[in-house]
Design a protein around this ligand. Structure first.
Ligand code: GLC
Length: 509
């Protein structure tokens, strides 16, 4: 319910006032009630029922099965990519590694030293300018190689030959641990000449073009796999990795019997990590029944229209924009800011997702809707947006809009995780979660747990655990294993190493 302060509308019953005042108050109250119901009508499409979420789970389950099926995979919207990671670490990995993390809020180069449970990490964030994100693949990989060079120089390791793991957070068909073909770009990237290509080859070529560093990429992983690996390093029950950041995606440990496209060996453990790429769920129309006009607009104005439907309803790259569109609708209808907006508020992408978190932090208690009556953060956001006149009521309505959009996102993500947990049928699972949205939103975790409790089959226990620096640590762990095995089997193909990883180093569940 919209938490508009009805009490503030007029004197309490029984209070004495003149007839005219009473009439005015009645009029004001009616106007408020009608405004409230108009606002509720506008936002209603964002409020989904339990049945809707159950329906979404069922549809997602179908799409997962399509992605895993040999015949259905080519046309499946959710690709369920097989990774070459077949087990979780046993905690004994060690050595010094470089890692690259591309595809989240920032591009990072990391130097990680693993010594059993002890992990030391140094990292540096580098900017990827917009013109490179939308430029050519050669430009992108030259830029990455230059960042590696600068990082190595700063750390005095330019002369060393350090193995590198690449957390590349885009949909890739893996043909080996260090051979990953980019299916298509997602999020803000669209570099020409990379789709359909092996990104390790492109990276190595860029490194060769420079000729001043010796770096070999031994493993490519998705960030979801990194989160899972990093968490599994200390928690043996971890079997799902979830990212809620710029984009959203999940991976999980699947039984090989369920993976019809599996072309590896039949050895134990008969399990493999599946990168679901669930962000594409709905691209075939499966989510049309919940799509609002605002979702459609966000999609239409994105650089990948028609793609990543589920991701666009959930993740950080799009959440602020959905809120902005809704606020603009309310403003234009005269329900917000006295109808007067600002250039910032009418600019696409200008209402950042971090504002949603900040505004919701003003809500002291999510369940009772108890708010900080000073609306400190909310007003600060309004100031940043150059909104001139706003009332406490505007603050309340804006908070309400933010909480609706983030609640839908959290419940949708919970439906996805619920679907995976019900499919896995393990009695007790830790879900490793990472990403800026999950980290910084004040209630996302609680909202997800609340919904998951309703959606997960009785008897299945789960825990959502923040995974620390999976994109760095996870890549280092996988690279560590690949490297040691490569040294002991210098002629081996990395594909074989991936198999060996599971036999020699890693324990299955
Ligand atoms: C996008 C990418 C996916 C990644 C996710 C989270 O959905 O396609 O590979 O895991 O974002 O970063």
């Amino acid at each position: 319910m919209l938490p508009i302060n009805e009490e503030a509308a007029g004197p309490a019953d029984g209070q004495k006032c003149g007839e005219k005042e009473a009439r005015d108050e009645k009029f004001k109250r009616e106007r408020r009630a009608s405004r409230k119901s108009k606002i509720e009508n506008i936002v209603r499409p964002f409020i989904l029922s339990d049945d809707d979420y159950k329906e979404i789970m069922q549809r997602m389950r179908q799409k997962f099965d399509d992605g895993l099926g040999k015949e259905t995979n080519p046309t499946a919207s959710v690709k369920m990519f097989t990774t070459y990671v077949r087990g979780v670490p046993n905690g004994s990995e060690n050595g010094e590694f470089l890692a690259l993390d591309l595809g989240g809020t920032n591009f990072r180069v990391l130097l990680i030293s693993l010594d059993g449970q002890e992990v030391k990490m140094e990292s540096k964030i580098f900017l990827i300018p917009q013109q490179i994100m939308l430029g050519s693949g050669v430009q992108l990989f030259d830029h990455i190689a230059e960042c590696i060079f600068k990082f190595m120089k700063e750390h005095n390791i330019i002369h060393k030959n350090i193995p590198l793991g690449f957390t590349f957070s885009f949909p890739c068909k893996q043909l080996g641990l260090n051979k990953a073909i980019l299916a298509h770009w997602t999020k803000g990237f669209k570099c020409e000449g990379v789709e359909g290509e092996d990104i390790v080859r492109l990276l190595h070529e860029a490194i060769e073009r420079r000729g001043d560093i010796k770096v070999e990429c031994l493993a490519v992983i998705n960030d979801t796999v990194g989160a899972l690996m990093s968490c599994a390093h200390s928690d043996r029950k971890c079997a799902v990795g979830l990212i809620l950041g710029t984009g959203t995606n999940a991976c999980y440990i699947e039984r090989i019997d369920n993976v019809e496209l599996w072309d590896g060996d039949d050895d134990e453990p008969r399990e493999v990590m599946i990168n679901t790429e669930w962000g594409a769920f709905g691209d075939d129309g499966a989510l049309d029944f919940i799509k609002t006009d605002y979702d459609k607009k966000v999609d239409k104005t994105s650089i990948n229209a028609g793609k990543q439907t589920y991701e666009k309803m959930i993740s950080g790259m799009y959440m602020g924009e959905i809120v902005r569109l809704l606020l603009e609708k309310l403003r234009k209808g005269g329900h917000l800011f006295g109808g007067k907006g600002s250039e910032e508020l009418s600019t696409r992408g200008r209402f950042y997702t971090k504002y949603v978190s900040e505004i919701e932090r003003d809500m002291r208690d999510r369940l009772t809707g108890d708010v900080d009556e000073h609306f400190k953060n909310t007003k600060q956001v309004f100031d940043e947006l150059n909104l001139e006149k706003y009332t406490d009521e505007d603050c309340r309505i804006t908070q309400y809009v933010c909480s609706l959009i983030s609640t839908r996102a959290a419940y949708l993500a919970a439906a996805g995780i619920g679907c995976i947990l019900n499919k896995m049928q393990r009695p007790d699972v830790t879900v490793a979660v990472d990403g800026s949205l999950y980290r910084f939103h004040p209630h996302f975790h609680d909202l997800m747990v609340e919904k998951l409790n309703q959606l997960v089959e009785p008897g299945i226990k789960f825990k959502l655990m923040l995974s620390h620096d999976g994109s760095g640590k996870g890549a280092a762990i996988v690279t560590a294993v690949a490297h040691r095995l490569r040294q002991s089997k210098s002629n081996s193909q990395l594909d074989e190493l991936a198999d060996a990883m599971q036999k020699q180093e890693l324990e299955g569940h």
